[in-house]
Design a protein around this ligand. Structure first.
Ligand code: ATP
Length: 268
């Protein structure tokens, strides 16, 4: 059970071990000599939406990229500290990174469907896992597209190119592609910043549904969005976690002046 005791700015949470999806401990990260994440410790709760906010360049994307080891792709990136997911430290050299990336799905700012059919997009990861049975793939495609609230719009044109979909449909397709792998965690890096307001609301409603089955971490510049959709919000400044609290508290009575200045638009 989620137990919130006294508010603690840096670790909301007295979230119990059982309710923690991601446990970040003393995480430091450098790109070359640049110290980008500075001693981050936080617990991200299961089946909730946690928003990461802060000025451009404060390290939000870098932090979510740590949760599925995407930063490994950059030369000169070095990190220390632990990130525990499902009882193991994913920073360990022994971790199977491909498997981690199926468990921790990622959706980026710009929808990035592959240049292939809607159907092939959704089962791309499953085929990589060696699943070939048509029946199994059909079922997985239908169920992922339903979860992403896209099935009704595309069920009659599954074999048409994904590029013909609208931006909002493409973003839901990318979400379906991640969901087909049954991830425990879904990372959304500014998922609606390229979409119109109505489509944005649609995706936000979808997130509220999806948190019933997975943990969601969203990076957003949109304060209204963070307060609308997230259960918890973490505010970062220059690579440091400044304040972390349930979203109602953080947006209505922030404890730190820096947080207040940011959420009221005094800077950033
Ligand atoms: N691959 C990289 N190589 C070198 N520096 C990087 C790399 N990726 C990010 N950085 C630097 O790390 C810092 C944090 O960047 P990051 O993208 O995490 O910030 P952010 O808070 O997500 O910003 P934004 O809101 O603009 O997306 C920035 O100074 C950025 O220039």
């Amino acid at each position: 059970m989620l137990k919130l005791f006294e508010r603690n700015t840096l670790n909301v949470a007295d979230i119990t071990d059982d309710t923690t999806a991601i446990d970040v401990r003393n995480l430091n990260l450098w790109f070359g000599n640049k110290h980008v994440l500075n001693d981050i410790s936080m617990r991200i709760p299961k089946n909730k939406i946690t928003a990461l906010i802060g000025q451009s360049g404060c390290g939000k994307s870098t932090l979510v990229n740590c949760f599925n080891r995407l930063n490994d792709l950059y030369d000169g990136c070095k990190y220390e500290g632990e990130i525990n997911i499902g009882g193991r430290n994913i920073n360990s050299k022994k971790v199977n990174v491909s498997r981690l990336r199926t468990q921790v799905g990622m959706v980026f700012q710009r929808p990035n469907p592959f240049p292939m059919s809607i159907y092939d997009n959704v089962c791309y990861g499953l085929r990589l896992q060696g699943i070939k049975t048509r029946r199994h793939l059909d079922d997985a495609v239908e169920s992922a597209l339903k979860e992403a609230a896209l099935w009704d719009e595309v069920k009659d044109r599954l074999f048409e190119s994904a590029n013909a979909l609208s931006g909002g449909q493409q973003q839901r397709l990318v979400i379906a592609r991640a969901l087909a792998l049954k991830p425990d965690i879904l990372l959304l890096d500014e998922p609606t910043s390229a979409l119109d307001p109505l489509t944005t609301l649609f995706i936000e409603e979808l997130m509220a549904e999806l948190k019933k089955r997975c943990t969601i971490v969203i990076v957003t510049h949109n304060m209204q969005q963070a307060s609308r959709v997230s259960d918890y919000t973490a505010f970062f400044h220059q690579g440091r976690l400044v304040e972390y609290a349930d979203s109602d508290s953080l947006f209505t009575m922030p404890e730190k002046k820096q947080t207040e200045d940011y959420i009221t638009g005094r800077y950033g």
